[in-house]
Design a protein around this ligand. Structure first.
Ligand SMILES: O=P(O)(O)OC[C@H]1O[C@H](OP(=O)(O)OP(=O)(O)O)[C@H](O)[C@@H]1O
Ligand SMILES: Nc1ncnc2[nH]cnc12
Length: 232
């Protein structure tokens, strides 16, 4: 007998249900800004998102879960609670004390100064460089964000975790914009594949539930709407 299809597979039935609650809008100068507010206001759908991720990562050996500022917090924190794992924030620089910060990076619609991870308290005697006691040498970390586009954010987070002597078991996102993975030469789009290869982090898996193929809900905008995205 054939295996039952996995209803939680990427772009599968559950992914489609969640995707139907994610509208896109023109925002920050791009035509399709995917808005996770669409499912955050629906507890049944938000719970589904966390359930799918919790099911996927229940058996993965990880020491902690890191969520990216800001939308990655919204997904990463409830996932960490569901899996009973320590949670830490990868914040934009200048937002948390006693932190270690990555280099600057680009996102789909702008530039970011970096991400920072808390060192933690008390500082560990086994870490003479006083790098981090939250993410420890040899740890396996799960990184979580709402969406991956160019991969600039994930790459900055992965490099920082590596700098702390830990490994990234996987990067988990709700949405993946596959058009940025390996775009044709001449498309003008940045390549996430090339970015990860150039940084020698191509072995770090990136998993996502929903691709742009099934994100088909154009958000409705009132007359006189103005794009107030801070960057474009
Ligand atoms: O793959 P990339 O091209 O790096 O883009 C993805 C990142 O962009 C958005 O974050 P943003 O920095 O805009 O922060 P926000 O969550 O505060 O909106 C999004 O939440 C991801 O973190
Ligand atoms: N198209 C997009 N929609 C929402 N968040 C994003 N972050 C980067 N690209 C994005």
């Amino acid at each position: 007998m054939a295996d039952a299809p996995d209803e939680h597979a990427p772009d599968g039935p559950v992914a489609r249900r969640i995707a139907s609650a994610i509208p896109y809008y023109p925002y920050k100068g791009i035509p399709r800004f995917y808005d996770i507010n669409g499912f955050l206001v629906r507890p049944d759908v938000f719970q589904l998102v966390i359930d799918v991720l919790a099911k996927r990562y229940a058996a993965l050996e990880i020491d902690s879960i890191g969520g990216f500022d800001a939308r990655g917090f919204v997904i990463g924190a409830p996932l960490a609670l569901a899996l009973k794992k320590p949670f830490f924030m990868l914040r934009k620089p200048g937002k948390q004390p006693n932190a270690v910060t990555s280099g600057a990076y680009e996102v789909e619609y702008g530039s970011r100064a970096g991400v920072s991870v808390p060192r933690g308290h008390p500082l560990s005697a086994e870490d003479p460089l006083k790098l981090s006691t939250v993410v420890k040498r040899g740890d396996r970390v799960l990184l979580v964000d709402d969406l991956v586009a160019t991969g600039g954010t994930l790459a900055a987070g992965v490099e920082l975790i590596h700098r702390l002597g830990a490994r990234v078991a996987e990067c988990a996102c709700v949405v993946e914009l596959k058009m940025f993975y390996d775009p044709p030469a001449g498309s003008g789009l940045p390549s996430r594949k090339a970015l990860f290869e150039g940084k020698r982090i191509a072995d770090v898996p990136v998993w996502a539930l929903i691709s742009e193929d099934i994100l088909t809900v154009a958000g409705e905008l009132p007359a006189g709407y103005e794009d107030d995205g801070e960057e474009h």
